[in-house]
Ligand binder design. Structure first.
Ligand code: NAD
Length: 278
């Protein structure tokens, strides 16, 4: 990971405690990467309720922990549903840190879950807007800067096992994550000549803030006696005998950012303990 020292990474949706974004920030900071912690910061509408999002206070507290690791850390509020806001975040990285080397599209929502027949147009658009359009804006804004800088770069989306397989009550979520497979394949073709790699990391279930909400929800959907029973059944069907941990995803991201992965692009890499074979 020596090659990562002194680089600058932007991680969207990284302002929520115990989320994959925080774990990725910690792993990259450990490798000497300067970090921009970014999140929506405050509720804006029905799709971004306070109980589901990273607040500005949380962003600052995560940043303060990272600074103790000896890297430069800044924070920037960004709503990934707005291209202007995402471009502002990319420009912030350059003005505050002097460079933009790594961009991680981690912001996502997975708490609008309903049976197919109950999904409204509004539900569908809300999920696609954050998970797919938001990632496209990230790829575009990062590429605009990285191609000008002329020193390559790394763009990574946190997709999901739902980028490869279908799940109940998750039409929009699954479709948004499958869409990221097409996004990296097409962006990688155009950006390869600029030495910019574009990949997805596809975790299986992880008990983050979002993951904990899903445990409660799906335990009810499958009629489990308790959340604990639901989690036991989940662990039993995973070849490695447990769901994912935030650090499993973070380690995969760090490796994809390193020089060792410089020829790997257009991939959607599973981090699922063998649960997802596709
Ligand atoms: N937890 C899992 O089981 C799991 C599995 C596979 C993939 N993922 C994906 O990993 C990513 C992180 O999820 P997590 O589990 O850490 O959940 P999380 O809720 O902790 O993180 C998601 C973050 O996205 C932010 N966000 C939501 N809407 C936003 C917007 N419009 N603009 C900017 N930020 C916004 C939230 O504030 C939050 O901080 C998501 O893309 C999720 O789909 C999660």
């Amino acid at each position: 990971m020596e090659s990562l020292k002194g680089k600058t990474a932007v991680i969207t949706g990284s302002g929520r405690r115990a989320g994959l974004g925080e774990a990725i920030a910690q792993r990259l900071a450990k490798a000497g990467v300067n970090i921009v912690i970014s999140d929506i910061g405050a509720p804006k509408d029905a799709a971004t309720g306070a109980e589901h999002i990273g607040s500005t206070d949380e962003m600052e507290s995560i940043a303060s922990d990272l600074r103790e690791m000896g890297v430069k850390v800044s924070t920037q509020v960004c709503d990934v549903r707005s291209l202007e806001s995402v471009r502002g975040l990319a420009n912030h990285a350059v003005s505050e840190h002097g460079s933009l080397d790594i961009w991680v599209n981690n912001a996502g929502i997975g708490y609008i879950m309903k049976p197919l027949l109950d999904v409204t147009e509004e539900d569908w658009r809300a999920v696609i807007d954050v998970n797919l359009t938001g990632a496209f804006f990230g790829v575009k804004a990062a590429a605009e800067i990285m191609t000008k800088q002329g020193k390559g770069g790394r763009i990574i989306n946190i997709a999901s096992q739902a980028a490869k397989s279908g799940f109940p009550h998750a039409q929009a979520y699954t479709s948004s994550k499958h869409g990221l497979v097409g996004l990296v394949r097409s962006a990688a073709v155009e950006l390869g000549g600029d030495d910019i790699t574009v990949n997805n990391v596809c975790p299986n279930h992880v008990t983050t803030g979002l993951g904990a909400w899903q445990n409660e929800y799906f335990a009810k959907v499958v009629g489990a006696d308790s959340v604990e029973d639901y989690m036991k059944a989940m662990a039993a069907r995973i070849p490695m005998g447990r769901p994912g941990l935030p650090e499993d995803t973070a380690n995969a991201v760090a490796w994809l950012c390193s020089d060792e992965a410089k020829y790997i692009t257009a991939e959607s890499m599973n981090v699922s303990g063998g649960e997802e074979p596709h």
